[in-house]
Write a protein that binds this ligand. Structure first.
Ligand code: GLN
Length: 435
């Protein structure tokens, strides 16, 4: 289950090697060596340390073992009809040719209006909003458009996997700072030490995937001060900003004094509106930064599915009660899972935001997240994400497992039932034996 690099032809479909041992084909690999057989990886150097994403891997295993999938973070319920109808209407109305590279004007205007309502910052939809293929593309285009090879990027770990892949594509260097349990806040000394004269960007994600941490205003101010002192940019991934619990309050770092000019605020439709497959996201940034992001975006995707942008515009016109309902529904789902995991015996770290919860599974006698997630899928019938791959030092995440609760109540209850039935707490002496 460790990351598996795709090796073309390594499965049943592989063709036999030529009898004289000579290469069947001589394809020059990206790293300059010659592919002597189809077993040789064709992956370019920039991706040599990456495998298939853990989300794809776990979802495939979950399907194979018919496990309840609390792994990959996608809702198992549908988005709202008024949003879907708007997209369908756009198709009926013939809105099916390329959208403007920067986004359908109606959507860009809605994004600017929502941002102003949330943050008090007035932005020019034409110059400061760029619609992208999900937040993942916004992140990639931000790195590609704004970073040079060798630039350093400070990133909190555990880090969502696409961040480092986007940095690798841009040739940027990762400077990790670990968020540690129980509250997943950061050491201010470690963060200060991660900055240098080469720091180009600090990437933050609040509410944070996978820990559920919501950065406080004081933490954000500390980050802002460091960014200003080092003249660094801030990329702020805020895709879970509507999913907040127990009075947690989301602050966009762009709101802090002087910060808008050095910040790229990234968001999307998928999480809030349960439309992850639509892949509609956006980047909001002052004109010089937006211009750089657009340089990349125009050659990566150029533009985003036109009818879905019309649907997204309708979504963003949702009244405040819509967001209140989303929050109430997620609070209920979160409570079902938290209570269940605690009953089973996990040491649970309560999330303040997002739709994920991290838990320590060592009470069950395991001490490796990959082995534990395999056990969960195969023997318990529940899939969850082993997070050690989200750290530069995997040992930091080795005792943790991430569950997603963007699932119907019935699915969450079934997962809890299976966990209760099949997971057994270890006696203290047994635990000692495995540690
Ligand atoms: N954002 C989702 C998660 O964290 C995964 C999306 C994906 O599969 N790339 O689970």
């Amino acid at each position: 289950m460790a990351s598996t690099t795709h090796t073309p032809g390594s499965g049943e479909d592989s063709e036999p090697a030529a009898q004289d041992g000579a290469p069947k084909s001589s394809i020059s690999t990206a790293n300059g060596s010659v592919a002597g057989s189809r077993q040789t990886t064709q992956v370019a150097d920039r991706f040599s340390s990456f495998g298939q994403t853990i989300f794809t891997e776990i979802s495939a295993l979950a399907a194979q073992h018919k496990a309840v999938n609390l792994g990959q973070g996608f809702p198992d319920f549908d988005g709202a009809d008024f949003v879907k109808e708007a997209a369908i209407q756009a198709i009926r109305d013939g809105k099916s040719q390329y959208a403007l590279m920067t986004g359908v004007p109606d959507l860009a205007t809605e994004i600017a209006d929502v941002f102003e309502r949330d943050t008090g910052i007035e932005v020019d939809a034409k110059k400061e909003v760029t619609v992208t293929a999900g937040c993942t593309e916004a992140i990639a285009s931000a790195f590609l458009g704004l970073c040079n090879p060798g630039d350093e990027v400070v990133v909190f770990e555990p880090a969502y996997d696409s961040y480092k892949a986007a940095m690798a594509m841009a040739g940027a260097m990762v400077k990790p700072v670990v968020l540690r349990p129980p509250d997943f806040s950061f050491s201010r000394d470690e963060l200060s030490a991660a900055f240098s004269s080469k720091t180009r960007v600090i990437l933050i994600n609040t509410p944070h995937n996978p820990t559920g941490r919501v950065f406080t205003e004081s933490e954000l101010q500390f980050i802002a001060d460091l960014a200003a002192r080092h003249d660094a940019l801030v990329f702020s991934d805020e895709v879970y900003h509507r999913l907040l619990y127990n009075g947690a309050c989301h602050v966009s770092i762009a709101q802090l004094p002087g910060m808008y000019d050095r910040t790229v605020t990234l968001n999307s439709l998928g999480k809030t509106f349960s439309l992850t497959g639509w892949k509609v996201g956006w980047a909001i940034a002052p004109p010089p930064l937006s211009h750089a992001i657009r340089m990349a975006h125009q050659f990566v995707t150029f533009s985003v599915a036109t009818p879905l942008q019309h649907g997204a515009a309708a979504a963003l016109r949702a009244p405040p009660q819509f967001y209140e309902q989303v929050r109430a529904d997620y609070t209920r789902r979160r409570d079902i899972l938290l209570e269940g995991l605690r009953d089973v015996g996990f040491n649970v770290f309560e999330p303040q935001g997002s739709f994920f919860v991290m838990a320590d599974f060592t009470p069950f006698g395991f001490d490796d997240d990959v082995a534990f997630s395999k056990h969960l899928i195969e023997k318990v019938g529940v899939a969850a994400i082993p997070p050690s791959g989200f750290y530069s030092n995997p040992a930091e995440g080795k005792h943790l497992i991430r569950f997603a609760f963007c699932k119907t109540d019935a699915v969450l209850l079934e997962a809890v039932r299976r966990l209760k039935q099949h997971l057994k707490l270890q006696e203290p002496c047994d635990r000692k034996a495995v540690s």
